[in-house]
Design a protein around this ligand. Sequence first.
Ligand code: IPE
Ligand code: IPE
Ligand code: MG
Length: 281
Amino acid sequence: MKELLQALTPGERDWRIASRLDPKRLPAHIAIIMDGNGRWARQRNYPRIMGHKAGVDPVRTVVETCAQMGLEAVTLYAFSVENWKRPRHEIDGLWRLLRIYLRRELANLMRNDIQLAAIGRMESLPGFVQDELQSVMSRTAQNRGMRLNLAINYGGRTELVDAVNSILENARLEGNLDSLDINEEAITAHLYTAGLKDPDLLIRTSGEMRISNFLLWQIAYAELYVTDTLWPDFTRTELLEAIFEYQNRDRRFGGITRACASPADTASLLLEEEAIELPLA
Ligand code: IPE
Ligand code: IPE
Ligand code: MG
């Protein structure tokens, strides 16, 4: 967090929001559904690919800001398994943009000590995209500051299917298929995000109130922040505001907070049978 405050000018708006954040309660992992590029382009009568191109700058801003705050991980939804339904020329344009992004950003990733990982079914991507991803992943493999996951050809259901198949494959290899007992830990350990904490905060731009097959398992208890802002218009200010709102949420994880516990609860009087008089239906 110190690094971000140092990078900002004291007194300016982002500095003021950043200084109100509690550095001890930052989200460890932020996931973002970067939506609205097409609508951004349509508003300007541009081809859709111009919206995707305009979406590159906010990616850089968000990634750099999160690294400066010292977050552990950021996962960005760049292309879903369902996005193959789009016109061929839009998809081809996205791959070309991805290559340009990767080439341009390598220096920034190194400077900010960021390790890049791709999550999704990479084998279906065009060869030149796989090569570029491989190259940036291996060059950033020793970076330890923050993990940046790019979800490309990613689907939450596909990921779960891949996890279960990989558990089965391992059991087959080890010869213990008959006694296999799958639990939550085993599934978590075979997801593309194995080893990372679950996202604490899930941001979606452009106002759609849906998950669109993103990180279905991992977002079980993520706090949701949906904004009408279209992705190309998403700024550092709004990222900081989203984190501020996150810090004001009451995360209960199915339990209760102190504020909701009455004195009688804490004295556990209600545990005595005669004290509980439930109205009969
Ligand atoms: C998100 O923007 C980027 C990708 C899915 C690749 P969209 O392209 O979905 O933009 P809208 O939803 O059409 O505005
Ligand atoms: C989700 O956005 C996928 C990405 C942001 C990459 P979509 O635009 O594909 O989602 P839907 O179709 O509106 O649900
Ligand atoms: Mg969309």
